[in-house]
Design a protein around this ligand. Structure first.
Ligand code: ATP
Ligand code: MG
Length: 285
């Protein structure tokens, strides 16, 4: 199993108004993995993310980068923020430049990179999110989904080691969600560690290696996506189950086992392929 890149050791966080948003949470994010963070509204997902690049500092416990607890010095924070790229839940809290191009350039310019390199990174990041054509548009004229894509481009242009996205799919149309999933897949293949907060259990089941489930600021579960999301107790806590997991389970109750060499289908495509393979097998018997 790969090494811990970021970890929480008994982290609690209380907002200044007294809200206890995280309570004694210990979680590990492993380098190169895809992690989905799940939980109801107010469970603490965004609060957890704000600790990942040091915007918030635990009230108790500690956050570590590669097993070294953060000391929150200026140098540590600068280093951490160049390694951990954060895409916020609300795009309006992230965008502030006049044009799309300027906004996406801001991060890499701040890293002190040469202009030519900045231009190349900005072009590649905008292409990755399908926003090349809007490069010269004023940010305030973009639609909500377009603003989200520009935020993602701004972080990609920094080439972070860890990409943290707070509900990136919310507000995107189905085609753009598929495109974003493809971009994330490419980034994962290139070795990036990706952490996503989402309410979309179907996406989490098909995409994630690891799942973290929060409930009222407490860690309810962390583990392999297929184990955690097939657990009926956790499904009850979440108030829903991934559709593919439900269909697979229902079929197994009537004697149809879709597992192939221990592998359970996790996406709609895999489910359809497994059903087709089963029916072919039946036909040859
Ligand atoms: N700035 C703040 N001041 C006080 N309380 C806050 C603040 N931000 C969040 N909270 C509270 O902390 C708790 C956790 O909120 P958080 O935003 O982390 O939840 P979340 O899981 O991201 O929810 P959602 O799914 O709605 O985005 C909630 O009770 C929320 O009301
Ligand atoms: Mg949130």
């Amino acid at each position: 199993m790969s090494d811990a890149i970021l970890s929480f050791n008994r982290v609690s966080y209380c907002y200044p108004d007294g809200t206890a948003a995280l309570n004694n949470c210990s979680v590990t994010i492993r380098r190169g993995t895809r992690t989905a963070v799940l939980g109801a509204n107010g469970a603490g997902k965004t609060t957890m993310f704000l600790h990942l690049n040091g915007i918030l500092r635990p009230t108790a416990g500690h956050v570590s980068w590669e097993k070294t607890p953060l000391d929150y010095s200026r140098a540590t924070m600068r280093n951490l923020r160049s390694r951990v790229g954060m895409v916020f839940q609300n795009p309006d809290s992230q965008l502030f430049s006049a044009s799309v191009q300027e906004d996406v350039s801001f991060g890499p310019m701040n890293l002190g990179l040469e202009k030519k390199i900045v231009r190349e990174r900005v072009a590649a990041a905008l292409a990755a999110v399908g926003m090349t054509e809007t490069a010269n548009k004023p940010v305030h004229n973009l639609s909500y989904g377009q603003k989200k894509r520009v935020c993602i481009a701004g972080v990609l242009a920094m080439q972070p080691e860890v990409l943290v996205l707070d509900e990136p799919m919310a507000g995107l149309d189905a085609a753009m969600q598929d495109e974003l999933a493809a971009v994330l897949e490419q980034l994962h293949t290139s070795g990036m560690t990706i952490i996503i907060a989402t309410h979309d259990l179907d996406f989490a089941y098909g995409w994630a290696d690891e799942v973290i489930v929060l409930q009222s600021g407490q860690l309810l579960a962390q583990g392999a996506a297929e184990e955690i999301l097939q657990d009926v107790k956790i499904q009850n806590e979440l108030g829903a189950a991934p559709l593919v997991a439900e269909i697979t389970r229902s079929l197994s109750l009537i004697g149809i086992d879709l597992r192939d060499k221990g592998y359970t289908p996790r996406t709609k495509t895999e489910l359809l392929m497994a059903i087709t393979a089963q029916s072919r097998q039946e036909a040859t018997l």
